[in-house]
Design a protein around this ligand. Structure first.
Ligand SMILES: *[C@@H]1O[C@H](CO)[C@@H](O)[C@H](O)[C@H]1NC(C)=O
Ligand SMILES: *[C@@H]1O[C@H](CO)[C@@H](O)[C@H](O)[C@H]1NC(C)=O
Ligand SMILES: *[C@@H]1O[C@H](CO)[C@@H](O)[C@H](O)[C@H]1NC(C)=O
Ligand SMILES: *[C@@H]1O[C@H](CO)[C@@H](O)[C@H](O)[C@H]1NC(C)=O
Ligand SMILES: *[C@@H]1O[C@H](CO)[C@@H](O)[C@H](O)[C@H]1NC(C)=O
Ligand SMILES: *[C@@H]1O[C@H](CO)[C@@H](O)[C@H](O)[C@H]1NC(C)=O
Ligand SMILES: *[C@@H]1O[C@H](CO)[C@@H](O)[C@H](O)[C@H]1NC(C)=O
Ligand SMILES: *[C@@H]1O[C@H](CO)[C@@H](O)[C@H](O)[C@H]1NC(C)=O
Ligand SMILES: *[C@@H]1O[C@H](CO)[C@@H](O)[C@H](O)[C@H]1NC(C)=O
Ligand SMILES: *[C@@H]1O[C@H](CO)[C@@H](O)[C@H](O)[C@H]1NC(C)=O
Ligand SMILES: *[C@@H]1O[C@H](CO)[C@@H](O)[C@H](O)[C@H]1NC(C)=O
Ligand SMILES: *[C@@H]1O[C@H](CO)[C@@H](O)[C@H](O)[C@H]1NC(C)=O
Length: 837
């Protein structure tokens, strides 16, 4: 019944509405009392064509001004004057010469035409008195210049002292700013769109005793919320040598945190720009902070914050401005749980706890905050801890899965005599793995001068190379990159549980441990990667591989997918247990390149006296699968391939019992064919070998290239600041994509974004690199070839930005169980420290 009546009423209303004639504004009569001191101005909106006029007693004009004490009746010559005209209603309030009309401010006069309108209240007051603008709920929200309000209603507050005007801010309705107190005069304007139904100004004016500063802005934050505020005149400068205060009313059962998002400082001649806080429960109020400091967090209850300017340098004043955010949250369950992070025994290590996606992603201000606190009040979204100290940290965060740890450790060797015997464990310290935050990346930077090289071993777990045919499915992997000042070689991605026992590498090496999912929390208990500095090695990289019996392993030349750089040589030493026989085969039948300069070779040789060496040039077929009865070498050396050709060689090795192998051979080759077949093979090999023994070859490109004229640093000067901004990176989002998926959503692919580098680049395109990884080899004079790679990863391979500072050798030697030289190492450390001084 009631429903029916309501429906009927609604219908009636709708009918009434539709029965109205097209809206037409009739004549308007506006009486303005002299005492009100209100002036109404109607004028054409700037830039609009004259399509409508105002008619007063049959005289037409395009503007109308009604002064205090006048009454004017007028009409518009069109039905939509709001398209053409705007209106300003200015009220002068003089509190200096007469009594001030305090209280609610009305939208006067009534009966105005529906035009976009701006009400302006120009209040003159003595600078000795304070004026308070008090806003009705739902209060106000400050917006940045250029921003607009959803309902197009906005307030603008200007403070006028003498002739100077300071823009306190522009505000929308619906926020937490409840009061603004000012000194002296104020010009307050309220802008309404023509169709606004607002009938009250939404604020009142009161007189207050002097506030002794430019202004006080009060916000009431009585539930979980966030507010953004700006200093007056933002983004222009805060007035010189001024003081202002923001007051925050927060219930004591909630916690507030302050974040300075944008600020700049002026050039102070006297005094210092600073902020001062009155914090609840603090015994040292006011607490003074620099704008660059991490601001207080987890404040329990109401507080205030004052911004103090300085006396600026008249010649070059600079700009003091501040945009900040206050976030109010419920206390987090774990706010009082502290985690001990003992980095006192670590050396040259930084640990950064940060939000997902840092530093490339800036979280939206509206996102829930996860704060990391160094002490109960010093919290931030990103916290960096450095070695040599003990920290007690806590988290203010509902869901720690939004946080990540990125750590970096530098290990360097200046003089081999001090570091050769020392074995550094490349393992993530317990201090990090025991935190309830997922490790994103741990980066080791191994730094040494050119003639000192690096050996990486994984004695018990051994490493597997991550390849399309042999994917890593572990909870973590290592990416190994070797870098010269000119260019980087992406050695590959490796994970524990394979056949690679040892990798010897040249150049400065960056090893990044990257985790995939929560499994690392468990797997971190048995990490097994060690490194030491070794004397100069001949090849760019040498892998020592010792496959498990019956395993089939794949190995591939580095720098996927761009191919081995020109003139680089790589070698593998494959260990074959005595009772086993290895079978070696190549994944393709050719190297697949043509050389522009030099020749490319694959050399295979068993490590036994009198063993045959199998040599294949790039224009020859690679060997067929073959059995190897002893430990053997597979060496690859590149030429400078013709444009767009890249050398990538992949091979596989399987092991089998010798007897079984023999039996198979006997079975297959039973009969008279055996001897003939063997004879043929030997003959072929002999022939091949003969062919390759031409004088130019010297078998190894190393020798060929040594004779070439050197232009090693040809392009060095052309790169800006000599840093390599170009990284050879396997797109492991591509090859590792399955792992990202498998980790069941706990790792968001966005975390490990492989985005194109958009930072500063050298004056040259990321091309003609001085491609020599062999520092003892001279480069071919031909330099036209473009670098076939330009993919980069800002956040993971930042090592190329290393400063040319010398590192001291300072690895930890806590894990050196099988290093008989611990005492020596210790001594070395001491000596090292002596040297440092
Ligand atoms: C009135 O205000 C609205 C919204 O701010 C704007 O789009 C429109 O152009 C204004 N009209 C005039 C005549 O200024
Ligand atoms: C009206 O405003 C003007 C300008 O501010 C001022 O001089 C004048 O005294 C005011 N008159 C009244 C009645 O408030
Ligand atoms: C006021 O703002 C809140 C969030 O900021 C929003 O949810 C609410 O709808 C707004 N209210 C009005 C009347 O605009
Ligand atoms: C406000 O103004 C009235 C009348 O002018 C005066 O009596 C009162 O003391 C003022 N109050 C303050 C806080 O200045
Ligand atoms: C901070 O200032 C910069 C430069 O003025 C501007 O691009 C950026 O958007 C500002 N950030 C915020 C949160 O306002
Ligand atoms: C700031 O807070 C302190 C302590 O509550 C109070 O004494 C002081 O008057 C406040 N200052 C301003 C400007 O609000
Ligand atoms: C944390 O400790 C403070 C001070 O002891 C206490 O007031 C607060 O309630 C505690 N917070 C939680 C969530 O237990
Ligand atoms: C610490 O390691 C960084 C690289 O992570 C390196 O740039 C820095 O020079 C090293 N400092 C010392 C004192 O070894
Ligand atoms: C990883 O792959 C190997 C073989 O490729 C398999 O034996 C092993 O169970 C896999 N491990 C996980 C955790 O999936
Ligand atoms: C490794 O880095 C150090 C310091 O940045 C530098 O002096 C040295 O030349 C680099 N070594 C190579 C091989 O690039
Ligand atoms: C870690 O190990 C524990 C006990 O060995 C096991 O219960 C838990 O499921 C493991 N967690 C992960 C993420 O593998
Ligand atoms: C392969 O390289 C290693 C290391 O440089 C070297 O000792 C070995 O003799 C080379 N073997 C062949 C067949 O070239």
């Amino acid at each position: 019944m009631a429903g029916g009546r309501a429906l009927a009423a609604l219908l009636a209303a709708l009918l009434a509405a539709s029965a109205q004639p097209p809206r037409r504004q009739g004549s308007f009569t506006i009486p303005l009392h002299a005492a009100d001191n209100v002036t109404v101005t109607i004028k054409l909106r700037p830039g609009v064509s004259l399509g409508c006029q105002i008619s007063v007693k049959n005289t037409f004009s395009s503007a109308l001004r009604i002064r205090p004490g006048e009454t004017v009746t007028f009409t518009f010559t069109c039905s939509t004057p709001e398209k053409y005209f705007i209106m300003e209603i200015q009220k002068n309030i003089d509190c200096v010469s007469g009594p001030c009309p305090f209280g609610d401010v009305h939208l006067y006069p009534p009966g105005l035409p529906r035009l976009n309108r701006t009400f302006i209240w120009d209040v003159k007051a003595s600078t000795k008195a304070g004026l308070e603008l008090k806003f009705a709920t739902p209060w106000l929200r400050q917006i940045q210049p250029g921003e607009s309000c959803p309902d197009l209603v906005n307030y603008n507050i200007n403070s006028c002292i003498d002739t100077a005007t300071v823009n306190i801010g522009t505000f929308c309705r619906n926020g937490s700013v409840s009061r603004v107190k000012l000194l002296g005069g104020v010009v307050m304007s309220l802008h309404l769109p023509w169709n606004s139904a607002l009938t009250t100004s939404g604020f009142s004016i009161a007189n207050r005793s002097s506030i002794k500063r430019l202004c006080i802005i009060e916000s009431i934050l009585n539930r979980e919320s966030s507010i953004t505020l700006m200093s007056p005149n933002y983004p222009l400068g805060f007035p010189e040598d001024e003081l202002m205060t923001w007051q925050f009313v927060v219930p004591s059962n909630l916690r507030a945190s302050v974040f300075f998002h944008n600020y700049s400082l002026s050039n102070c001649e006297r005094k210092e720009e600073r902020v001062e806080y009155y914090l609840p429960g603090s015994v040292s109020n006011p607490e003074v902070f620099k704008l660059s400091d991490s601001q207080p967090a987890n404040i329990a209850g109401s507080f205030n914050l004052s911004l103090q300017g300085c006396d600026q340098d008249a010649q070059n004043p600079g700009i003091l401005r501040l945009l900040f955010q206050v976030v109010v949250q419920h206390p987090q369950i774990d706010e009082n749980v502290t985690h001990l992070v003992d980095l006192s025994k670590e050396r040259n290590m930084t640990v950064t706890i940060h939000f997902e996606g840092w530093p490339s992603r800036v979280p939206l201000m509206s996102e829930p905050m996860c704060l990391i606190c160094k002490d109960p009040r010093t919290c931030d979204r990103v916290l960096t801890l450095v070695s040599g100290a003990i920290y007690k940290i806590s988290f203010l965060c509902k869901d720690l899965s939004h946080l990540r740890i990125t750590a970096e450790k530098g290990i360097s060797c200046v003089d081999l005599r001090w570091c050769q015997k020392k074995i550094h464990a490349l393992s993530v310290p317990k201090a990090i793995t025991q935190l309830p935050v997922l490790l994103h990346k741990f980066i080791w930077k191994l730094i040494a001068p050119e003639m000192i090289n690096v050996e990486i071993t994984s004695p018990s777990l051994k490493l597997q190379q991550h390849l399309p045919d042999q994917r890593c499915n572990t909870s973590y992997s290592y990416s190994i990159v070797s870098a010269t000042p000119e260019v980087d070689l992406n050695v590959g991605i490796f994970c524990p549980g394979g056949a690679i026992e040892k990798i010897q590498l040249r150049n400065n090496i960056t090893i990044s441990l990257k985790t995939f999912g929560k499994g690392f929390f468990n797997d971190s208990n048995h990490q097994d990667l060690k490194m030491s500095f070794v004397p100069h090695i001949k090849d760019e990289c040498t892998f020592t591989v010792s496959p498990d019996p019956k395993a089939k392993i794949y190995l591939q030349s580095p720098n996927l997918p761009y191919g081995l750089p020109p003139y680089v040589s790589i070698s593998w030493y494959v260990v074959v247990p005595s009772k086993q026989v290895a079978r070696l085969g190549f994944s393709k039948d050719r190297m697949g390149i043509a050389c522009e300069t030099g020749r490319a070779y694959v050399n295979i040789k068993e490590q036994t006296p009198g063993a045959e060496e199998i040599v294949r040039r790039e224009d020859e077929l690679l060997p067929e699968p073959r059995n190897m009865h002893h430990n053997f070498w597979v060496n690859i050396s590149n030429c400078k391939p013709v444009d767009n050709m890249q050398l990538t060689v992949q091979f596989w090795v399987t092991l089998a019992e010798k007897q079984i192998d023999l039996a198979v051979i006997l079975a297959v080759l039973a009969g008279a064919g055996v001897l003939a077949a063997i004879g043929l093979t030997v003959c072929c090999v002999k022939k091949k070998k003969k062919k390759s023994q031409n004088p130019m070859v010297g078998v190894y490109n190393a020798n060929v290239n040594t004779q070439m004229p050197g232009k090693q640093r040809l392009f060095k000067k052309d790169r800006k600041n000599n840093d390599s901004h170009v990284y050879a990176v396997i797109d492991d989002a591509m090859v590792y994509g399955h792992l990202l998926k498998e980790s069941n959503g706990s790792v968001n692919p966005e975390v490990d974004v492989y985005r194109p580098f958009d930072g500063p680049m050298g004056s040259l395109p990321p091309s003609p690199p001085p491609f020599s990884f062999r520092k003892d080899i001279k480069r071919s004079p031909s330099t036209e070839e473009p670098l076939p790679l330009a993919e980069t990863d800002q956040d993971s391979y930042t090592f190329a930005h290393q400063k040319s500072r010398e590192l001291e050798d300072n690895g930890d030697n806590t894990n050196e169980k099988n290093n008989g030289d611990t005492s020596t190492s210790f001594l070395e450390d001491k000596e090292q420290e002596g040297l440092e001084e």
